[in-house]
Design a protein around this ligand. Structure first.
Ligand SMILES: Nc1nc2c(ncn2[C@@H]2O[C@H](COP(=O)(O)OP(=O)(O)O)[C@@H](O)[C@H]2O)c(=O)[nH]1
Ligand SMILES: [Mg+2]
Ligand SMILES: [Zn+2]
Length: 301
């Protein structure tokens, strides 16, 4: 019978694999025909056979999704970290990340960090309330944490159980501080950072990606999830599909992307005027749409 495992790290042709439903970590090689079908990436679930003393990857199980930079597959959720205070939330980035999550079938979770600053900073409190209202209404899960004062980290940890999660967010929001808190106090056997494998990195090897097993079948990715490359790789005509609040707007115009410069009012615009759709969300949608379209038009000129 095949064993199923999850690739948590790749060192050239050595695959470090966590056997499913266990804490056991092994190393394996891959059959030539498997490698030929397309490279194996971190996050892949693979069928393994034990041949004498060695483990061999026989095949890669169909992927749920794949990110290109860094190459990693089967991401269940993206913990989108924003901070209140310094830096203030970048709402355009937040909306792009949410769109990409919906496009890739990744569940977004907004993690508001630095809530310790809300007491004294009026703007921080306003930003927090805005996110809670607007994004909470979209049905997106929001967790409130302070890595500094260790607040809300248990809530966050409970959301990571049985999932593969990546963290994203702009620099300075506290990703490293949060993941450090999550990764400390893990039982030794779950730590893979110092597993003894000889690596022979060629000089063209890019920095590798690691998944940290935080408990059985629960993993976090050690590098930020979305690169700017991926954030701009959305089809502008499809962008509207990734806005949950647009779907119930009964826009009756054919092929409408809800960006209308004339006085005509489409279903979505009407809901913006009525206040049913947040004006900020809509304005950022138009901005992101124009940017994506501009890039598309340039590419095919
Ligand atoms: N006040 C406050 N500062 C924090 C908190 N979390 C992180 N920081 C600070 O924010 C800065 C950036 O944190 P870091 O984890 O490096 O962010 P990253 O760039 O997203 O990895 C550091 O100076 C941290 O000490 C928090 O909960 N509250
Ligand atoms: Mg960092
Ligand atoms: Zn419309």
């Amino acid at each position: 019978m095949d064993i199923i495992g999850k690739v948590i790290r790749i060192d050239l042709d050595v695959y470090v694999i966590n056997i499913e439903n266990t804490n056991k970590i092994i190393t394996a090689k891959a059959r030539g025909n498997v490698k030929k079908q397309g490279s194996i990436v971190v996050g892949d679930r693979v069928n393994i056979k034990k041949v004498n003393k060695d483990y061999m990857i026989e095949s890669v199980i169909d992927r749920k999704n794949i990110l290109i930079r860094p190459p990693v597959s089967n991401i269940d959720q993206m913990i989108i970290v924003v901070s209140v205070g310094e830096p203030a939330p970048d709402f355009i980035l937040l909306d792009k990340q949410l769109s990409l999550c919906f496009a890739k079938g990744i569940t977004p979770i907004i993690c508001i960090n630095k809530i310790d600053l809300v007491k004294e900073d009026k703007k921080a409190k306003e930003d927090l309330e805005y996110i809670k209202k607007i994004y909470g209404n979209l049905g997106i899960e929001i967790v409130f944490v302070s890595a500094k004062e260790c607040l809300g980290l248990d809530d966050l940890k409970s959301l990571l159980i049985n999932k593969t999660s990546a963290f994203s967010g702009n620099s300075g929001v506290g990703k490293s501080s949060i993941t450090k808190e999550i990764l400390q106090n893990l039982p030794d056997r779950l730590e893979i950072g110092n597993i003894g494998i000889k690596t022979k990195r060629g000089k063209h090897t890019t920095k590798s990606v690691n998944l940290y097993s935080i408990s059985e079948n629960s993993y976090i990715l050690d590098t930020p999830g979305f690169s700017s490359y991926e954030l701009y790789d959305i089809d502008h005509k499809k962008l509207k599909e990734y806005y949950p609040e647009f779907t119930n707007s009964n826009c009756t115009f054919a092929d409408c992307v809800h960006v209308i410069e004339s006085d005509k009012v489409c279903g979505v615009k009407r809901n913006v005027l009525n206040g049913n759709i947040d004006k900020g969300r809509y304005e950022r949608y138009v901005y992101i749409y124009e940017k994506l379209k501009e890039k598309y038009d340039k590419r095919y000129k």
